[in-house]
Design a binder for this molecule. Structure first.
Ligand code: ADP
Ligand code: MG
Length: 545
């Protein structure tokens, strides 16, 4: 394979990546370096993890290597050799190539990397983002590959403490990532070493099901069910273990859609519910579900650890799965399938949301009114407003010879609520770099789901912090991260929520004000007491105070 040279990303893409604190966790870093090795064509990967990655994460691969002179560039932000694939970032089959993984890793650890290409050998040591040693040499090599050693992860950040405290959670997460990788890349050899334990060797396999058994049952001969079904271009393969237990600990539940490891709660629930007859009451087993679906039936929004995709017709997938599991289990059924439970779950709660395009019925008074209300602001947009005065809480502006007094706080709240009241999921954008936000109380499933409805995909970092992975673009004029924090911490109580309080330093510039007013209906603002028309005498009174 030819080595493409590493290049800096174009400005516009760099601009898309918002400045901010880079947050990663050991499992994410592991995923990134595994992906890099696979991208480099490696067929043998040798991973060693000490103290859940805090002490050491090392990976050796036999890929094509990094050109010795370009080693520093590989650890430079926004540098990637996969530039031609960057346009692909929104497509499903691309991994996370955003040219920042190695740079982020290097900024929060002590990294050393040795690499051999067919033409060079090199080594680099970086501590907290500073190169302390770089060596390169032209040399013909036949044993190409890269060794990366990441030591003392987060040594220079307060996050380290948190990972030290939450050991088992992080370990499970790391295992999940590694296992999903190995299942996906069954044709590659992996060796995994945890702390000072013996290496686990996973030889390359010809069939995915062999690797599945290696991963799920550690080579033991455990009985499992293999179910497959196809419908309307969707192909489902499901493996269910007979072995079962209570609770979720040490359980392997894997869902892959078009070879990407994802999480989709409804699918998970349907599998566990429908397959329930396989296990004793109250227990569940392992499963691996592999779905192949036409690319236009799903929507994938790439971001650092994207494990969520959107199915346009989830119902179809759920019906296919539950039908296939039922058909397979019927002859072996040991206790009745809770069919009502199953049927409840499907059509009502998981129904697809349909976009409604309706025509206006001018015979209906209300409909007509709202129709004209919309027209109203479109024409008004052209008449510019002039911002005369602004203080912390209010604004004075002029529009068509009239003076208006406006409560900034109420205006922003009103506008944000309006934006959030009809979310267009097409306008959800990935946030490649985000900063940690605080949670008061726990971040539960329902909050995570609600946040999704508002275009924010969020991940808990630990008990007290979370990060947003996506945001809703129409909110970009506002400090949107603060808004998501307010939403989460005030339980999405839209009626009472006060966004403005949480970003008091927010300054409304004249163009911004114009933009906002252009979108809103002035009459409505007056009606809601957000804005008031002023006479000169009123004005004097207000500013005399
Ligand atoms: P990206 O993968 O998005 O390009 P990274 O920061 O992960 O960004 O890596 C930067 C570059 O370093 C890659 O584009 C690739 O050229 C090189 N690289 C990283 N890891 C390896 C590896 N294991 N083998 C060969 N090249 C690598
Ligand atoms: Mg990468």
């Amino acid at each position: 394979m030819q080595t493409e040279s590493i290049q800096l990303l174009p400005e516009h893409i760099i601009d898309q990546i918002k400045a901010g604190e880079v947050i990663e966790r050991p499992s994410t870093l592991i995923k990134e370096i595994l992906e890099n090795a696979i991208d480099a064509g490696a067929t043998k990967l040798d991973l060693h993890i000490i103290e859940n990655g805090l002490e050491l994460i090392s990976l050796m691969d036999n890929g094509k290597g990094i050109d010795a002179e370009e080693l520093p560039l590989a650890f430079c932000r926004h540098a990637t050799s996969k530039i031609d694939r960057f346009e692909d970032i929104y497509h499903l089959n691309s991994y996370g190539f955003r040219g920042e993984a190695l740079a982020s890793i290097a900024s929060v650890s002590r990294v050393s990397c040795e690499s051999k290409t067919t033409a060079s050998s090199g080594q680099i040591n970086i501590e907290g983002g500073q190169t302390v040693h770089h060596f390169h040499q032209d040399k013909k090599n036949t044993d190409t590959g890269t060794k990366i050693f990441i030591k003392d992860l987060f040594f220079n950040t307060p996050v380290r403490m948190k990972f030290i405290q939450s050991k088992s959670a992080e370990k499970n997460q790391i295992k999940k990532i590694i296992h999903s990788f190995m299942i996906n890349h069954f044709d590659k050899e992996f060796s995994i070493k945890w702390d000072q334990k013996e290496k686990e060797i996973y030889l390359k396999r010809e069939h995915q099901v062999e690797r599945l058994k290696d991963v799920l049952f550690a080579g033991k001969n455990i009985e499992f069910e293999q179910i497959s079904a196809q419908y309307d271009g969707i192909d489902v393969q499901l493996f269910l273990s007979h072995e079962s237990s209570r609770g979720n600990a040490h359980k392997s539940h894997f869902l892959f859609v078009n070879d990407r490891y994802i999480k989709e709660i409804p699918i998970h629930k349907v599998i566990l519910n429908t397959a329930a007859p396989l296990w004793p009451e109250g227990e569940t087993g392992h499963y691996v579900c592999l779905i192949k679906i036409p690319a236009d039936e799903i929507d994938v929004n790439i971001h650092p650890n994207k494990t969520v995709i959107k199915f346009f017709r989830l119902n179809k997938v759920l019906s296919l799965l539950s039908g296939a599991i039922r058909a397979h289990l019927v002859p072996k059924q040991t206790r009745p399938i809770a069919s009502e439970r199953q049927d409840d779950l499907l059509p009502q709660s998981l129904g697809e949301r349909e976009v409604q395009y309706r025509e206006v019925n001018f015979n209906l008074k209300e409909e007509t009114a709202s129709y004209f209300e919309n027209i109203h602001y479109q024409t008004e947009e052209n008449h510019q407003s002039r911002l005369l005065l602004q203080d912390e809480t209010s604004l004075l502006f002029q529009k068509e010879q009239k003076l208006y007094f406006l409560n900034k706080e109420l205006l922003c709240n009103y506008h944000i609520r309006k934006i959030l009241s009809s979310i267009d999921q097409q306008k959800v954008s990935p946030l490649l770099v985000s900063k940690p936000l605080k949670i008061d109380g726990a971040l539960n499933e329902s909050k995570i789901k609600q946040a999704l409805d508002y275009g924010f995909e969020i991940d808990a970092l630990d008990q007290e912090t979370f990060v947003a992975r996506t945001f809703y673009m129409p909110l970009q004029i506002y400090p949107y991260l603060t808004i998501i924090e307010a939403l989460i911490n005030q339980n999405f109580a839209m009626e009472t929520i006060n966004f403005y309080q949480s970003f008091s330093e927010f300054h409304l510039s004249a163009p911004l004000l114009r933009e906002i007013l252009g979108e809103l209906n002035l009459a409505k603002l007056i009606e809601q007491n957000i804005m008031r028309e002023l006479s000169l005498s009123n004005l004097k009174k207000i500013y005399a105070k």
